[in-house]
Write a protein that binds this ligand. Structure first.
Ligand code: SF4
Length: 302
């Protein structure tokens, strides 16, 4: 049986280690716990958008009674209970809930909630001063929609340096970041604004990147390079998964991407002595544990 504390399995043939830094961030863990708690007392709970970008975890919760809905369906609901996931929502979602007697189970991550409040406060304080609120993030992403909502939809979302052409450098700027963006990207945006801003114009920036995710990159590279073989576990739709997988592969070319345990078919090459199992921020721990068990079974049959 696995040693749950260290996440390590040992047998005479190979060592299998699960990366303790991989898997859900605490915001997602808390949202899933809220859903599980609610589903103990009610047979049905709606969730606005996927609770996590991992189909296996979504299916597990759906089997318990969770039903994922999108915003158009949410607007038509009346008198139901709806969970808001860790990404958070704009004020309009709460207004709809109030109008339609919807009970909200608010699982917005406290870090996101704090960022929403900070942006709202900045918007209130600067709206008469010709200040542009700029958010470095992915257009249309649920968290970014929630952040833009704090500014009555006026914030300018930029994804890359080229998008900076949409900013007026002769007018004050307040820059924030979506919590899951890269630190390097944020620093490049700050440097470019500093280069282009006109003299005497005010530029303030706030590094609002969550370290739960930002630290994953250096951690996972170090983890990948200390093993002979890596199974990287993530859903096919996870963009964070693809990015971390590419980095893992650079650190260790023997890195294999899998979404589920059935994708491991072959025994490992004979010279492999240690295997690492890691994944994205959307990869459930239980799935990585299943992968580790499967590797051990295959190794025993060699
Ligand atoms: S990445 Fe950070 S801010 Fe975003 S949900 Fe997870 S813990 Fe919260």
């Amino acid at each position: 049986m696995p040693n749950k504390k260290s996440g390590c399995y040992k047998n005479i043939m190979i060592n299998v280690e699960i990366d303790k830094n991989s898997g859900f961030c605490f915001g997602v863990v808390t949202a899933i716990e809220s859903a599980e708690r609610e589903l103990k007392s009610s047979a049905k709970l709606y969730c606005l958008g996927d609770i996590v970008h991992n189909s296996l975890e979504v299916e597990r919760l759906e089997a318990m009674g969770l039903q994922t809905i999108e915003h158009d369906e949410f607007a038509r609901l009346k008198g139901k209970k709806v969970l808001l996931r860790a990404h958070g929502e704009p004020p309009s979602t709460y207004e709809t809930a109030l109008r339609n007697q919807i009970t909200i189970v608010d699982a917005t991550c406290p870090v996101v909630l704090q960022l929403q409040r900070k942006i709202h406060k900045c918007y209130e304080a600067t709206r008469d001063k010709n200040t542009q609120i700029v958010i470095y993030g992915k257009k249309g992403h649920a968290e970014v929609n929630g952040l833009v909502g704090q500014t009555d939809g006026t914030a300018i979302v930029i994804e890359k340096i080229n998008d900076l052409d949409r900013i007026n450098f002769n007018s004050n700027i307040c820059l924030f970041s979506q919590t899951t963006k890269s630190l390097d990207g944020f620093r490049q945006i700050v440097a470019e604004i500093q280069r282009r801003i006109h003299e005497g114009v005010n530029f303030e920036y706030f590094d609002t990147i969550c370290r739960q995710v930002a630290n994953r990159l250096p951690n996972i590279k170090a983890f990948a390079s200390k093993h002979d073989w890596i199974y990287f576990v993530a859903g096919n739709k996870s963009s964070n998964g693809r990015m971390l997988f590419e980095e893992c592969k650079k650190a260790n070319p023997n890195t294999i991407f899998i979404s589920d345990v059935e994708e491991i078919k072959e025994p490992l090459p004979k010279d492999v002595k240690s295997v690492g199992v890691c994944g994205a921020t959307s990869t459930p721990k239980w799935l990585m544990e299943k992968v580790a068990i499967k590797i051990r079974e295959l190794t025993n049959f060699k």
